[in-house]
Design a protein around this ligand. Structure first.
Ligand code: PLP
Ligand code: SF4
Length: 347
């Protein structure tokens, strides 16, 4: 057994045990766990510094999860865009493969709360042949995303099996891996894994850090190891009330990510998923936060703010308003410092 596997074999999955460790009341934990399982690995749990801090809120169950009646289990209609079990084809040129329903720990705000940790709906190795044929037949697909769950909870040879097959398809240009492990289980990033991934370049790796407290020596080492092996790293953050809905927190996170050679890619408005409403942030607040970031730190440290529209509308960018008036070719701008500038466009 590898070290990361040993670590997750000691995961906290039982409400009573977690309550003992955190010196909290077990009643609520157990009640929530009946609906949405608990799963926290010892490494991530060790990042908690105090009760209800940003790490705690992301992984420790909250009774509000089971008190909410609003929201859907699948607001993005992912199931409707699945021509094959485990394959989501929403955008013409890219597909997402749901290759794993395991994660190094369950995030309480997870968009795929309905699937993570459950048996069904995952692409099994036998279904992969079907998915593989589908991708081979659809020549427009040039970008394949291995997602889940967390694909890196699979063993190296299984991941390699997928990569090897995908690389045989001529029209596949980019292979992406979406994994939270550099953040929640950095021990998963081993030299052997990196050597294997390197063979299938170009691999783009999007990870998922939400708070600067998640940037540690271990996660820095993991990201550097990936980068040293030619893997291009990006980061997707979810904007979460009480965790990171604050421009100072995000600035520190994004600048810290650049120091680990991870480029902030997307910042998401949380999806309207049942059981996660206590994390939701309004669009107006998100835009204010973006205004406090744009122009106030390196452009490279500013991700795009994205809302994934309900009913399958897809990822849609949001930008604060910089053009405040337009008359013909005359524009009035409000710049990052809130100063007014006039601009005459070409005829
Ligand atoms: C997010 C997502 C993608 C990738 O979108 P990009 O904007 O290219 O990062 C592809 N397919 C599905 C189903 C997705 O949810
Ligand atoms: S790692 Fe990703 S898929 Fe897994 S629980 Fe967290 S947000 Fe959901």
């Amino acid at each position: 057994m590898e070290y990361w596997q040993e670590l997750i074999s000691k995961n906290f999955i039982d409400g009573a045990r977690l309550a003992r460790r955190l010196r909290a009341d077990k009643k609520d934990f157990c009640k929530v766990a009946k609906e949405y399982p608990i799963n926290i690995n010892p490494y991530y749990l060790s990042l908690i510094r105090e009760k209800h801090d940003a790490i705690w809120k992301q992984c420790v169950p909250n009774i509000l999860e089971v008190r909410q009646t609003t929201g859907r289990l699948d607001p993005l209609l992912e199931e409707a865009y699945s021509p094959i079990e485990g394959l989501i084809h929403r955008y013409d040129d890219r597909v997402l493969l749901y290759v794993s329903n395991m994660c190094a720990g369950y995030c309480r705000f997870c968009t795929r709360k309905r699937k993570v940790g459950r048996e069904e709906k995952v692409l099994k190795e036998s279904d992969f042949i079907k998915a593989f044929r589908y991708i081979a037949r659809h020549k427009a697909i040039r970008d394949v995303i291995l997602s889940g769950g967390d694909p890196l909870l699979l063993e190296d040879d299984k991941i390699e099996y997928y990569l090897k097959h995908l690389r045989k398809i001529k029209h596949i240009e980019v292979i992406r891996i979406d994994s939270r492990t550099p953040c929640v289980l950095p021990q998963r990033i081993t030299p052997a894994l990196c050597r294997m991934l390197k063979k299938y370049s170009p691999i783009y790796f999007n990870t998922h850090f939400n708070h600067f407290q998640e940037i540690t020596d271990a996660s820095t080492k993991a990201c550097n190891m990936l980068a040293d092996n030619g893997i291009v790293l990006g980061n997707q953050t979810v904007l979460l009330a009480g965790v990171n809905d604050d421009s100072h927190v995000l600035k520190r996170l994004f600048e810290g990510l650049l120091m680990m050679r991870v480029r902030p890619y997307y910042l998401y408005i949380p999806d309207a998923v049942k059981g996660t409403y206590h994390f939701r942030v309004s669009i107006a607040r998100a835009l204010r936060i973006m205004r406090e970031l744009i122009g106030h730190t390196s452009g490279m440290a500013v991700p795009r703010l994205i809302i994934d529209l309900k009913r399958g509308g897809g990822k849609t960018p949001l930008l604060p308003k910089y053009i405040i008036k337009r008359k013909g070719r005359r524009y009035v701008f409000r710049n990052f410092e809130n100063r007014i500038f006039y601009y005459a466009d070409i005829e």
